[in-house]
Design a protein around this ligand. Sequence first.
Ligand code: ATP
Length: 244
Amino acid sequence: MTLLSVENLSRSYGKLRALDGVVLTVDEGARHALIGCNGAGKTTLLHLLAGTIRASGGRIHYRGKNITRLNPARRARLGIARSFQTPAVFDSLTAFDNLTVAATPHLAGAPWRLASRAAQARDRAEEQIELLGIADCAPRLAGELSHGQRRLVEIGMALVSRPRLLLLDEPAAGLTDTDMERLLEALRQLPTELAVVLVEHHQDLVTEIADTVTVLHEGQILAEGSPEEIAADPQVAEAYLGTG
Ligand code: ATP
């Protein structure tokens, strides 16, 4: 079933058309990668989906609702969560506390029922710590964690809201091989009903995780298909890899 559909989406910065008439469909539970060379418009598209920037033209429908004009907070409440290129965690809190803080706005029940909300937040934090395999990080200050561990904590912070759509901006950027293994393992454990749209340069991660790949080139869609189809596409090789 379609979760997200993007029609003719465009975004300009002054005279520069960063995104130009993009059409995209993401099904429930999909693993959808956006690839393309620097400046292709991938991050712009992710920002447009998260609502952190406004479209210059086109529409975004999510679960049948037009969300094009909704702000990021409203989209988050509808189940759209995101991570950033640089992990956005609170350094002076433990990884566990980062997760409980991130869970708090998404809890059920009246705000004054503090004990019940604290227990719910802890449950959600524990759920993600187990899912992402980061029990070793939980009691440590986020500021003392490695870049890769912080990235996993940040993904956990997005997941505590129990989203339906997770947007990941270059999750593998700057990771060591060990951290990369941990990230891959964590991504494999994500709930099957959760749809993931990820911007990624790391070819192995894309091949391992994605079921659909969209190639952006100069703000437009150049190709779309399975990772195998994309790897075999001569047009993609020419534009993206500089071979052909
Ligand atoms: P990268 O892989 O380098 O992150 P990208 O595919 O994510 O690249 P975008 O960051 O979406 O590309 O940028 C698309 C185009 O829009 C680029 O030419 C970029 O310079 C331009 N651009 C992005 N953000 C802004 C901005 N805030 N102001 C002006 N131009 C911008």
